[in-house]
Write a protein that binds this ligand. Structure first.
Ligand code: ADP
Ligand code: MG
Length: 672
């Protein structure tokens, strides 16, 4: 008990699950600024908080505010929003642990399809998208006393929209307090945004908290590398053999790359001398199970050096202690939307200089560190942009515009964006929403269709399909399909070896339906739900992901409840008669904008774009290496140099024309 900080105890926080032990959270840099912060937040409606990552903003500030009492009395909640789900969940787990409570009680989180909050929740970590959804039912966000918008500098699409909405809400709720937390540079821009048209001194203030930061030595490649994945593995081993103690953090771009790298490191580690220090490679990316996520925070066992191979989640959203070396590929996967093709991809692009600095900084939190940049200094200085382009300027805006309309913001062009999106993206989104039937000729939200589409927590195309399925008598099947497309990694290989992969492939063929992936997913779902108690074993035998399928069941239940609200007699309707053709036709009602045709060489082109981008069926698709004519697909992914379409269903050309005459009329000159 000697280490207990009395001031802390007096204010009623930081007990832990183990009585007698206290975490030295008082040593975090933010603690020295506690008073200044509380003063700012109680005095000004908007506080812009700048500070190094790892200084305690995300985990401590909500606890400070809770400890004051006033912000969390009478059921009021302190919210902290995150651009990433994995950050929201892992931070909530951490803070619950610090406070010695269960996640879902005083501290909770809320992400799409997963609400871990309860009636006693005082501190709520959530994705910024979830808070926006709540604004649909509670436009003034009246449950919240404070909203902390974390990682605002990342400028994710949902963050930007949320900032615009909060700016409006604040004018109508004098008691609401906003904290905008930003890594560095953009503080002034946020200040201008919130004070625009008002007296700066009364509305907003900037509070800076210095973090601890040791020098980081940045090293560059002399010659550019062709293969940064392989180079990163070599660099990890070089560090391991030649440098001193400390864990390694490797920045790559996505799941596949990361898993491959973790495997390669593990394989090559077996060549290390058995008594020499070993390497413990761990992946970190969104969509990882909660347990696997938390594993990266555990200290490595004796004689092991941790190597965390991560997407840019580890750049700022989560902080892992003990990192002394950073290996930076120089790339990040970003969303990019092409308004001409209507395709949104996740593409690996060079990071910004700001990101490079941020990544390097991860090596210097607890001691001086080193950052190995897998690019030349010339590339850093000349090629890398200063900052990345905000997502709002390179995304499909259809979901955003639908949401803004549902929030009653009719004139989306004059909505107060921190940075306005290009007109072309707006026009394209309005067109798509119009052809989906969500907007009328005057770009007003249609009732009830558009209103309901906005309420459903899925992409507008999929919500259109869900609503159509009720009319078309196949909602039971479409609900399962929709749920299955929202969960990832349904099919798994038990080991990374190719034999296991082959078995997994042949098992998958048991469920495969010639007409495509959606019906295949439906088959898997149906088979899974009839297994009852034996489902886990059955999944293992069939190379299916039990957790993903369990999640699909929960998601389906939630989507069903939405539909039930719109159609109270739903339970009495029966879908047994629905045929496969009807289900596929129903998919066309939303996915028509994602229609493509196979060419004789087996590649695809978007409907009406014969000279457009070359698309390939994803290797996980049942359409891989198969002949087909017209298809619709769920999404586009870019891996390496190829652009793949994923979740594909074969359709007939005439369904496209019947199902979406508007679309093919509106997209003049680009008809089927
Ligand atoms: P900031 O938001 O300023 O970047 P955080 O509040 O996220 O800082 O982190 C403060 C400190 O808490 C970090 O330095 C790290 O040591 C610790 N921490 C955060 N999350 C975890 C976790 N899940 N497990 C262990 N330690 C954590
Ligand atoms: Mg943080």
């Amino acid at each position: 008990m000697a280490s207990l900080d009395r001031a802390t105890e007096a204010e009623g926080y930081v007990p832990t699950a183990a009585p007698g032990f206290y975490r030295p959270s008082t040593t975090l840099p933010i603690t020295a600024h506690k008073r200044a912060l509380i003063y700012a937040i109680t005095t000004y409606p908007v506080t812009i908080l700048i500070g190094e990552t790892g200084s305690g903003k995300t985990t401590q500030l909500p606890q400070f505010l809770h400890s004051l009492g006033g912000f969390t009395k009478d059921g009021k909640i302190v919210a902290c929003t995150q651009p990433r789900r994995v950050a929201a969940t892992s931070v909530a787990v951490r803070v619950a642990e610090e406070m010695g409570v269960k996640v879902g009680d005083e501290v909770g989180y809320s992400i799409r399809f997963e609400d871990m909050t309860g009636p006693t929740t005082k501190i709520k970590y959530m994705t910024d998208g979830m808070l926006l959804r709540e604004a649909l039912v509670d436009p003034l966000l009246s449950r919240y006393s404070v909203v902390m918008v974390d990682e605002a500098h990342e400028r994710s699409l949902a963050t930007d929209v949320l900032l615009g909405v909060l700016k409006k809400v604040r004018r109508r709720r004098k008691d609401l307090r906003l904290v905008i937390s930003s890594a560095t540079l953009q503080a002034e821009e946020f200040l201008r945004f919130f004070t625009d048209g008002e007296g700066e001194s009364e509305v907003a203030t900037i509070v800076g908290i210095e973090g601890r930061c040791y020098p980081v030595d940045c090293l560059y490649l002399e010659e550019p590398t062709e293969d940064y994945v392989e180079k990163s593995v070599q660099t990890v081993f070089d560090i391991h053999l030649k440098e001193g103690e400390g864990d390694i953090l490797v920045f790559l771009t996505g799941r596949e790359e990361i898993e491959r790298t973790v495997r390669t490191i593990a394989e090559r580690s077996s060549e290390l001398h058995p008594r020499a220090p070993q390497l413990l490679p761990l992946p970190l990316f969104a969509g990882l199970s909660n347990d696997a996520q938390l594993a990266v925070f555990d200290a490595a066992p004796e004689n092991y050096r941790k190597v965390i191979v991560s997407t840019n989640i580890a750049e700022a959203s989560v902080t892992i202690d003990g990192i002394a070396f950073v290996v930076d590929s120089g790339f990040v996967k970003l969303r990019a939307y092409n308004p001409h093709t209507g395709i949104e991809t996740l593409t690996a692009v060079p990071i910004s200089k700001a990101s490079a600095t941020q990544r390097a900084g991860r090596a210097g939190r607890t001691r001086p560190g080193k950052c190995f940049r897998l690019y030349t200094e010339k590339v850093h200085n000349i090629v890398l942009p200063d900052a990345s382009i905000p997502e709002v300027q390179r995304s499909n805006l259809a979901p955003t515009i639908l949401q803004l309309k549902a929030l009653g913001i009719d004139n989306v062009a004059s909505f107060g964006f921190v940075t306005p999106p290009p007109a072309e993206l707006m026009v394209r989104a309005l067109e798509l929403l119009y052809s989906l039937g969500a907007l009328d000729d005057y770009a007003r939200l249609t009732k009830p269709l558009g209103v309901r589409m906005a309420e459903l927590p899925v992409d507008p195309m999929l919500s259109r399909i869900l609503l159509a399925s009720v009319e078309m008598g196949c909602f039971a099947q479409i609900l399962s399909i929709a749920a299955m497309t929202t969960v990832q990694n349904v099919f798994i290989a038990h080991n990374s070896d190719s034999n296991s992969k082959n078995v997994s492939e042949s098992k998958k063929r048991l469920f495969a339906v010639e007409e495509g992936d959606h019906l295949t997913l439906l088959n898997v779902y149906t088979a899974f739900t009839t297994r009852g108690q034996k489902a886990a074993k059955w999944c293992h035998e069939h190379y299916l992901n039990f957790k993903a399928l369990t999640r699909a069941v929960s998601v389906r239940g939630q989507l069903y409840r939405y539909l039930l609200r719109f159609y109270p007699d739903l339970a009495s309707r029966n879908c047994d008669a629905a045929t496969e053709v009807e289900i596929r036709k129903c998919l066309v009602t939303g996915y028509f904008a994602h229609a493509a045709r196979m060419r004789p060489d087996g590649t695809f082109r978007i409907a009406g774009q014969e000279d457009g981008e070359v698309l390939w069926a994803h290797p996980t698709s049942v359409m891989f290496n198969r002949k087909v004519d017209w298809v619709v697909f769920h999404e586009v992914v870019e891996t390496g140099k190829k652009t793949f379409i994923r979740d594909i269903t074969s359709v007939e050309k005439k369904w496209l024309l019947e199902g979406a005459p508007e679309y093919y009329r509106v997209r003049e000159g680009r008809g089927v």
